[in-house]
Design a protein around this ligand. Structure first.
Ligand SMILES: Nc1ncnc2c1ncn2[C@@H]1O[C@H](COP(=O)(O)OP(=O)(O)O)[C@@H](O)[C@H]1O
Ligand SMILES: [Mg+2]
Length: 341
């Protein structure tokens, strides 16, 4: 290890609405939900990540939890900074006495405004970064999915995260067409919550809705390998007491139908504005699905049905963006034009 690398730490950050993933030396050093618990009296951090997630929906009094990046934008500057700072601290596993200078590549949603971009950059600098580069999410997702983004051959990538679904066509190192909608994992959770209330008179919290989605979520009502029915606990809206019921994937598919339609619309719109030469490429290469939302059962089939194109869910889709960000960091000379200061 050279002297330089002793004092400079290079990290790649996927600052997602749902999860923050940080890679250092090709290793995942942080993989935590993007949530923070704060004490309103002292404005100090009570917990971040998984620990803060366990408190969600259960806090009272002075302690509250925030997801600072809801909807893919920085709604709250201060909690974002606090959260980022805590996550960056976690990367200092050697507990070295000297704080190394840090070089970071941070992945940001492509629909972010300049003000929000500055907020991310400043948060990183406040957290100790000496050099910060930003990369857009679809680009990072594509690189992390093994797509040769600098090639002339066009590829379509869909990244379905917590707050946004981003559809992009990438060729020659740039985004040729894109479409972003604020319908993604979070919306699916509220769909499930509303469905349970409407159809079953059962009030559930968002964490429970998330568990339903992961255990019995589906985008289609005919699955080849259906998951077993799932027991849901909540509060009965008529009697006000705790109750449980069994839910099957077909019900969840019905609950999610409108939101999946909205994602499909975004894909169709992106295809409609894609230049013809790139369209021809996509006809052959198909569509790549990344982000946690791509794990929804049958979503690939459904997108295949409407577009008539081959659809591939990329390997380890929850970490594709972080992987791509790390590759960009390692090969900054090659990917220089894809990142920005
Ligand atoms: N097995 C699964 N099925 C459906 N959705 C999932 C699954 N696993 C994770 N998700 C969803 O993926 C989203 C998080 O994906 P991620 O790519 O980390 O988002 P972001 O980039 O916004 O942080 C969450 O909304 C989560 O509920
Ligand atoms: Mg993401």
């Amino acid at each position: 290890m050279g002297l330089f690398s002793l004092f400079t730490r290079e990290i790649a950050i996927d600052l997602g609405t749902a999860n923050t993933v940080i890679l250092h030396d090709n290793k995942v050093v942080v993989d935590e939900p993007s949530i923070i618990a704060i004490d309103s009296r002292t404005k100090s951090v009570v917990a971040v990540g998984k620990k803060a997630l366990m408190m969600e929906g259960k806090t009272s009094g002075e302690i509250y939890t925030v997801r600072p990046l809801r909807n893919g934008v920085i709604a709250d500057f201060q909690p974002t900074e606090l959260m980022l700072r805590e996550f960056i601290k976690m990367t200092n596993t050697k507990h070295s006495l000297i704080t190394p200078a840090m070089k970071m590549v941070i992945c940001i949603p492509s629909g972010i405004t300049e003000v929000e971009e500055r907020a991310v950059r400043e948060s990183a600098e406040q957290a100790g970064a000496k050099e910060v580069r930003l990369i857009y999410e679809p680009m990072a997702a594509a690189i992390g999915s093994g797509i040769d983004v600098l090639d002339a051959n066009g590829n379509m990538i869909i990244d379905i995260g917590g707050g946004t679904s981003e559809v992009a066509v990438i060729a020659l190192g740039s985004i040729a067409s894109k479409k972003s909608v604020q319908v993604a994992g979070d919306r699916l959770n509220t769909d499930i919550k509303e469905f349970m209330r409407r159809e079953h008179n059962l009030d559930i919290g968002i964490p429970t809705a998330e568990q339903i989605k992961i255990n019995v979520g589906a985008a289609i009502t005919q699955l080849d390998n259906p998951p077993a029915d799932y027991e849901v606990y909540g509060r009965d809206l008529v009697h006000g007491i705790p109750r449980s019921i069994m839910i099957n994937y077909q019900e969840v598919a019905t609950a999610l139908n409108n939101s999946i339609n909205a994602i499909e619309d975004a894909v169709m719109q992106a295809l409609n504005v894609t230049p013809p030469e790139l369209s021809a490429d996509i006809f052959k290469t198909g569509i790549y699905l990344a982000g946690g939302g791509s794990l929804l059962r049958g979503l690939d089939k459904r997108i295949n049905k409407i577009t008539q194109l081959p659809v591939h869910v990329v390997e380890d889709p929850l970490r594709a963006v972080a992987r791509g960000t790390a590759i960009a960091l390692k090969n900054l000379d090659k990917f220089e034009s894809l990142t920005k200061y």
